[in-house]
Design a protein around this ligand. Structure first.
Ligand code: CTP
Length: 405
């Protein structure tokens, strides 16, 4: 595989004690093949899974394991290593190393190097599915993201334990492609300020009931994280969701109702370079909210509704030529016509179309099947893929809008 942006890059590869350590042989080979310089640090347990001799041979460099070289007493200078590198990649990263990194513990060379590294740190976790799903690990990964570390999500499949689930270290080819994207200057949105709306809105009927929808927020959050990964400064205006993000460069504003989302979008849009409207905003809100819980009764009961502000249209009206406005169209019928009309009506630069009629697409899935339609009626169709992958296609389109070739 050709990963041209790795050429000449200095990479520290940190290897920890997981069965996935065997994959670091291939990872190292691919780094070297793509002309990166590689220095490898292993934790003591990593040596149980793959030998330093193998990795030293493949990386063409001595593998570092200890603070000191025992034969001559020389110190392996972790500060120098962290300054030398353009990137530190920890792959595989065990739950133990992740926990230590999140808490600043540095009782081995890999940890001290990571703590003192001035370069970006990318972490590819590998562990049993239950360990990955444990609140402690979830919290530690969130903490690492808040430090600015980048996580390569583990994939799902058969694990070393024989269990099926999420926890496999991402395949070396995919890690290489991820790092190549990271160094790709043509994908960067450095310092662009972008608003993303995400999730549903809840419109209160009384203190305990609301009108809402099934939006999980996953698509909007994935877009926000991908934008941040590419260097944008993101303002994520999010309705009530079960997920959260700690990624650096994402300023999260939690809101509940369409009115609150509207007010925040209008507040931040004038100083932004663009906005991606991924929220499933309620179209109507109760005309009046009962201050007390409404009592049950035997008679029919109706709630009078008033339309909510159309946030996208409001931004479309004040948008300058230099500002991007992208929206979503979730359509169940008239898929050929409705999205284009919506794009024109709301003054979107492009619109991302998805339909709950497509299997695996829409609110409740981790996957999505999107098409992107622009003002010139050009349409790009994408395959069904994870929302994280679909977010990359959307952010590629955003990049091209800002930097037309
Ligand atoms: N949108 C918005 N504010 C609203 C309603 C929608 O910002 N009050 C945005 C959504 O975030 C999305 C786009 O407009 O990017 C289209 O949303 P959609 O619900 O499909 O469109 P509606 O205008 O509500 O039209 P309809 O429900 O009639 O299809």
């Amino acid at each position: 595989m050709n990963a041209q942006y790795l050429h000449g890059k200095k990479i520290i590869l940190g290897v920890t004690g997981s069965i996935a350590a065997y994959k670091t042989a291939i990872l190292t080979r691919l780094l070297i093949k793509n002309n990166a310089s590689v220095k490898i640090i292993m934790t003591p347990f990593a040596k149980e899974f793959i030998t330093p001799v193998t990795l030293a041979t493949l990386s063409k460099n001595t593998v570092l394991c200890d603070f000191f070289k025992h034969d001559d007493g020389k110190w392996n200078n972790h500060i120098e290593l962290g300054i030398w590198a353009d990137l530190m990649l920890i792959a595989p990263a065990t739950a133990n190393t992740i926990a230590k990194l999140a808490n600043g513990i540095c009782d081995n060379l890999l940890l001290t190097t990571s703590l003192s590294a001035r370069c970006p740190v990318i972490i590819a976790p590998a562990m049993d599915c239950d360990m990955l799903a444990h609140p402690a690990t979830i919290k530690n990964l969130e903490t690492l993201k808040s430090f600015g570390n980048i996580i390569i999500e583990p994939s799902a499949g058969t694990l070393a334990s024989g269990l099926e689930g999420k926890g496999r270290m991402e395949e070396p080819e995919k890690i290489i492609s991820f790092i190549n994207d990271f160094f790709n200057p043509h994908k960067k949105l450095n310092k662009k300020k972008i608003i993303v709306t995400a999730g549903p809105t809840y419109e209160a009927i009384d203190p305990v009931r609301f009108i809402g929808n099934y939006s999980s927020g996953k698509m909007g959050y994935a877009i926000a994280e991908e934008l941040a990964f590419r260097g944008a400064e993101v303002t994520l205006i999010s309705g009530p969701v079960q997920i959260k993000t700690q990624a650096k460069n994402i300023f999260c504003i939690p809101v509940t109702s369409a009115q609150e989302m509207y007010e925040n979008c209008l507040k931040y849009f004038p100083e932004s370079n663009g906005a991606v409207m991924a929220a499933a905003v309620a179209d109507y809100t109760p005309t009046a909210t009962s201050p007390q819980k409404i009592k049950s009764g035997k008679n029919n009961f109706s709630v009078k509704l008033t339309p909510t502000p159309d946030i996208a249209s409001a931004l479309g009206k004040i948008k300058k030529k230099s500002q991007l406005l992208a929206g979503f169209a979730l359509e169940t019928e008239n898929i050929a016509k409705n999205p284009y009309n919506k794009l024109i009506k709301k003054n979107f630069d492009f619109i991302i179309i998805n339909s709950p009629n497509d299997k695996g697409a829409g609110f409740l899935y981790d996957t999505n099947k999107i098409s992107i339609l622009d003002k010139n009626n050009n349409i790009e169709n994408f395959k069904l893929k994870s929302k994280v992958e679909a977010a990359k296609d959307i952010v590629d389109k955003i990049y091209k809008w800002f930097e037309p070739q």
